[in-house]
Design a protein around this ligand. Sequence first.
Ligand SMILES: [Zn+2]
Length: 173
Amino acid sequence: MTAVGPVELEAYLEVERSKARKLEIIFGVWWRHYAVPYGFRWTLFAERSQCPYCGAPLEAPGGSEAAFGDTHLDHMDALSLGGEESIRNAVYVCAACNMAKGRRTFCDWLQQLTPACRELARQIYTDKHGHPPEAFTRKTKSERLTLPRIELQYSEAVLRRLFPVPIVKGPPD
Ligand SMILES: [Zn+2]
């Protein structure tokens, strides 16, 4: 199980909250669409400590980008189907579920789960995306606006001067 204490976790979360505030200055209310999951692993881990697909307890994230031991980052809408590389499309799951899910659509995958987990997973998807899984349509991967890393090193005050208004006016697509 996790070796991370509550104080340490809170410190990690505060770093990610600062990053989120900066992204919000730049991208406005749509910032979650543009936030890649790898910079928000503690925020994602804090969402729940069990696999949403089977209920297995999850280990805390470690050093690697996406996978650490038995805890994997899952893109609910698979990247290969045009799913978004963003925190709103990402959850931590157990390795077994991640591998079993593969490239299935989220709707197909839900059919493999127990009724209780199916209901929970559907709710998580809908809460995070703002629409139910049936609303997802396959797309070819398109170019996504990305942010030079250097900009997140500026303070929030500097970013507010650089970006007096957000650079995007709506969600991608
Ligand atoms: Zn699982």
